[in-house]
Design a protein around this ligand. Structure first.
Ligand code: THU
Length: 125
C-alpha cells in the first residue's frame, strides 16, 4: 500500500468523525507490518478532556486486535494537513521509532516524517 492509497483511506474515514464541538474532523489510516489497515476518527465528548484523537483510535483498534508492529499512519482532516498532537506522538512511539507519519492537504501534496523526528527522545520506561 503506497502513501497515496493510505491517505485516501484516512480521508474516507473522515466522514465518521464525531466532532460536534470543534467541528474539526480528523481521520487516520494505520498500516500494520503485515499489511492490514485500521482506520480511526476523532471522537469528541461534552467533557472535552475525554475526547480521543483519530490516531489513537486507529492504534487502539489495531492493538486490540493483536497488532504490535506498524509501518505507517496517514492523517487527513477537514482543515487540511494535520500533524499529530503531542499525546498521539508519544502514544505511537510506544510501538517503535520507525513509523512513517504522513499528512497533506490532498493526496498530491503529501509530507512525511518518521515518528522519531516528530518526537525527539520520546519517553520509554
Ligand atoms: N485531533 C485529532 O484527532 N488528532 C490530532 O492529532 C490533533 C487533534 C482532534 C481532537 C479534537 O477532536 C479536534 O481534533 C480538535 O482539536
Amino acid at each position: 500500500m503506497d502513501d497515496k492509497a493510505l491517505f485516501r483511506l484516512a480521508k474516507d474515514a473522515l466522514r465518521n468523525a464525531y466532532a460536534p464541538y470543534s467541528e474539526f474532523s480528523v481521520g487516520a489510516a494505520l498500516l500494520t507490518e503485515t499489511g492490514e489497515v485500521y482506520t480511526g476518527v476523532n471522537v469528541e465528548n461534552s467533557s472535552f478532556g475525554a475526547t480521543i484523537c483519530a490516531e489513537r483510535t486507529a492504534f487502539v483498534k489495531a492493538v486490540s486486535d493483536g497488532h504490535r508492529r506498524f509501518k505507517a499512519i496517514a492523517i487527513a482532516s477537514s482543515g487540511g494537513k494535520a500533524w499529530p498532537c503531542g499525546i498521539c506522538r508519544q502514544f505511537m512511539y510506544e510501538f517503535g521509532d520507525a513509523l512513517t507519519v504522513i499528512t497533506g492537504s490532498d493526496e498530491n501534496h503529501l509530507e512525511k516524517y518518521d515518528i522519531k523526528e516528530l518526537l525527539l527522545e520520546g519517553f520509554r520506561l
